[in-house]
Design a protein around this ligand. Structure first.
Ligand SMILES: Cc1ncc(COP(=O)(O)O)c(C=O)c1O
Length: 464
């Protein structure tokens, strides 16, 4: 890749020192920076990124957290943002603006069973909005009185804020951040490789989905208003539920008047080989939340999209002294700002025009097969995934499925990076273990890119 960075603009060692001395990095133990070189990415084009020392990598993480769907360095997105900012940079979301109106209409075209879009800035916030809608309706809608609780699934992640974290089923994210918010209840995960009921599909009665009813009955059906799930669990270990799973879950939710909320923060915008993760299943959620791939992370943007009937419950006569305050009293300073929605419009146009969802499906199938071909190697416990989103679970012992340690995982990740490929890791449900490699290149990936990724992983495992 031809570098366009002016290397004289800064001093590399000074930046490395500044990174260590001033910047508090996300989810990293900072002591590692004192002994190892910290990676600072300075440039990206397509699937390739370059670090501050000039080393080039194939980015199989879509920017670290599975979000740069259209690849790095898209000039048309940068230009759309620039043009918008010099025309009308910012005016609060309460007033609407042209790209935001257009993008809301686009989202409804993409989710035709839903009717209204509420914009915010992050996946966490989009989920908080969904919870707040459920909670407010438990006060203002007589048919939903007292139905304020949210069900969530073991191993799913829904964000970093206290509400979203309260709805998260990953010990590693939650540990030491309690106490959590009231009104959240957990049900079992659907990972067949580590079945919580010790059963095997298809002779399992899909108990993982049915068991949600036990939690509903225990908590009290009249207290539960929503159930949030990731269509395919991302950070909890790339968990792809079986086809029967969501129809069963949905039937139970419908029976008890519980809104089904699907968190498409990772799966949306083509990651799994269909436009939405929910498109992989026969399911029709009441609310859909999204972020990351929405604007390919060129700008921060998220959305909570809901059925028209849900929105209508918040319509009230402002002149009426009793019902006048029953509108959704929520605000987000940057939610739906024009620079972000114009980026989302352009990113979505690219996804459609370049047929990237279909590419994700086709190249994703190739990635899954190529990774599955490593199954006979030592350490490779299980390979799973959908579209350009795969996980490879590493275990010490294939019979007991005992995970490798976090330190061992760190060493393998380092070996993969040394081969010039950046991959991610996700958490197992066990505290202190990170044993699942994940692969989520931008949707422009080719079969040759996949060969490069898989070769690097194979070499790293062999060296280890
Ligand atoms: C499924 C899911 N939901 C929500 C979030 C939170 O999004 P954000 O980090 O933008 O708040 C994430 C973040 O990784 C996620 O994976």
């Amino acid at each position: 890749m031809q570098s366009t960075v002016n290397w004289n603009e800064y001093d590399t060692e000074e930046m490395v020192r500044g990174d260590r001395d001033y910047l508090w990095h996300h989810i990293k133990p900072h002591k590692v920076f004192q002994s190892a070189e910290q990676m600072i990415i300075v440039e990206g084009k397509g699937l390739r990124v370059t670090d501050i020392r000039g080393k080039e990598y194939l980015d199989a993480t879509s920017g670290g957290v599975w979000s740069v769907m259209v690849g790095h360095g898209r000039e048309s997105i940068a230009k759309a943002i620039y043009d918008q900012l010099i025309t009308m940079g910012y005016y609060a979301g309460a007033f609407g603006n042209i790209p935001t109106i257009k993008f809301a209409a686009k989202l409804i075209e993409l989710l035709p069973n839903l009717g209204k879009v509420f914009f915010s800035n992050s996946g966490s916030e989009a989920n908080e909005k969904a919870f707040k809608m459920v909670r407010q309706l438990s006060h203002i809608d007589p048919s939903r009185k007292g139905k304020y609780k949210i069900l969530f699934r073991d191993r799913d992640y829904h964000g970093t804020t206290i509400g979203a974290l309260s709805a998260t089923g990953q010990l590693q994210r939650k540990q030491d951040f309690g106490p959590f918010a009231d009104g959240f209840a957990e049900f079992p995960h659907p990972l067949c490789y580590r079945c919580p009921f010790d059963k095997s599909y298809p002779g399992c009665n899909i108990d993982c989905a049915r068991s949600v009813e036990d939690v509903i009955l225990k908590e009290g059906p009249d207290t539960i208003g929503g159930c949030i799930v990731e269509p395919i669990t991302a950070g909890g270990g790339i968990i792809v539920p079986v086809p029967e799973y969501y129809p069963i879950l949905q039937e139970i939710c419908n029976r008890y008047g519980i809104y089904l909320i699907m968190d498409e923060v990772v799966c949306g915008f083509g990651r799994t080989g269909k436009f939405w993760g929910l498109d992989q299943y026969d399911v029709d959620p009441d609310m859909v939340t999204m972020a990351k791939g929405l604007a390919s992370s060129y700008m921060p943007l998220s959305a909570t999209v809901v059925r028209q009937e849900i929105f209508d419950k918040f319509l009230c006569d402002p002149a009426d002294p009793e019902e006048g305050i029953n509108y959704f009293r929520d605000i987000s300073t940057y939610g739906g700002c024009a620079g972000a929605t114009v980026a989302a419009l352009e990113s979505t146009r690219i996804i459609e025009e370049e047929n990237l969802v279909e590419n994700s499906r086709v190249v994703g199938e190739y990635m899954l097969e190529s990774l599955q071909a490593l199954s006979d190697m030592p350490l490779v416990g299980h390979v799973r995934g959908k579209g350009l989103f795969c996980g490879l679970e590493l275990v010490k012992d294939k019979a007991t499925k005992e995970p490798i340690t976090e330190a061992e995982m760190g060493r393998i990740m380092g070996l993969v990076a040394a081969e010039g490929v950046l991959i991610g890791r996700t958490n197992s449900s066990l505290p202190g273990n990170n044993t699942i490699m994940n692969f989520a290149p931008a949707l422009i990936a080719t079969k040759a890119d996949i060969d490069e990724i898989v070769a690097a992983v194979k070499k790293a495992i062999e060296k280890f």
